[in-house]
Design a protein around this ligand. Sequence first.
Ligand SMILES: NC(=O)c1ccc[n+]([C@@H]2O[C@H](COP(=O)([O-])OP(=O)(O)OC[C@H]3O[C@@H](n4cnc5c(N)ncnc54)[C@H](OP(=O)(O)O)[C@@H]3O)[C@@H](O)[C@H]2O)c1
Length: 330
Amino acid sequence: MSSDAGPRRVAVIGFGHQGEAQALNLRDSGWNVVVGAREGRDAESRSRAHGFETLPPPAAAALAESVALLLPDEALRQAWPAIRSSLREGVTLVFAHGFNLVYGDLGFPRDADVVLVSPSGPGRVLREVAAAGGRLPAYVAAHHDASGRALERAEAYAHAAGCGPLWRTTVRDETEVDLFGEQAVLCGGMNALVTAAFETLVEAGYAPELAYLECVHQLRYLAELLHERGVAGLRRSISGTALYGDLTRGPRVIGGASRKAMREVLEEIRSGAFAREWMAEAAQGRPRLAALQFEAEIHAIEEARRGALGPPRNQVRGGEPGHGSGPTRA
Ligand SMILES: NC(=O)c1ccc[n+]([C@@H]2O[C@H](COP(=O)([O-])OP(=O)(O)OC[C@H]3O[C@@H](n4cnc5c(N)ncnc54)[C@H](OP(=O)(O)O)[C@@H]3O)[C@@H](O)[C@H]2O)c1
């Protein structure tokens, strides 16, 4: 058995967004990686194409001193019993998100260390940053410390997976903040904001393509400024007109009603109501999610995107400015 200081045999269970990135980074760091993937599925062939030894999840877990459980949160409960029964004594179990630690009832072996290593970004970014010699900040926490060295082992794993600096936190804080961030801002809030702004302009008679370019497409440039310079730095980088509109109109758009909704959303996360709702939906085969996703995919904003970013058109369209005129591109 290798020492804690040296490279370890690690099983990466799940070869999706995080699994692929972490497996590649761990291998580049000199760790001995075996991938756990379902037979005959896409993840298995992608893992093999990257040259990883690839086995069914329980067989991969049986070989390793550390097991990273990088399956979708909603899939882990079903896959867990078979993986659990094949774990080695004294294993370190690594989670990338605390969802199943806070809301689940997995039942861990008493001699296992259970830790959280949660990169602060998508797997693709984790891989790109590490491949370029950098690191992505991550949260680490110990959920169950059987060895007395769980946090140390979490930090060794995080380092090898391309993470840093590492922020020590609790599993509960990581889980609640992560869910709130994706619901209120990064996914839910952002998508609802751009869709509502798009609809407002189109309802007022503006060209959908113009509305798309203004309210969706340009977001990237501002998000990059926000990332690089922070809120105050972004504000120092925009025109006086934009700044005045930002500070006087922004708090009206995200006003009392939105803050109340944010507090309610946070409470549903903290009480476990969101997790129970999502697990019940997943157990039924996601009928509501499928219907909502279908509606979103046929929304006019997608047609506007194709129009705004598709091949250039030769003719000027539309009538009076602000009432149906389309953007013209050479
Ligand atoms: N997405 C991110 O970048 C991100 C960021 C931070 C933390 N996390 C956390 O990282 C963990 C993994 O998330 P992810 O987004 O990387 O997952 P994912 O890409 O959605 O899925 C991972 C892989 O799991 C496989 N899979 C699905 N059900 C399975 C089952 N029952 N048994 C075995 N394999 C199964 C799928 O491959 P096949 O269908 O081909 O078998 C898929 O490629 C989660 O805890 C998530 O919260 C994710």
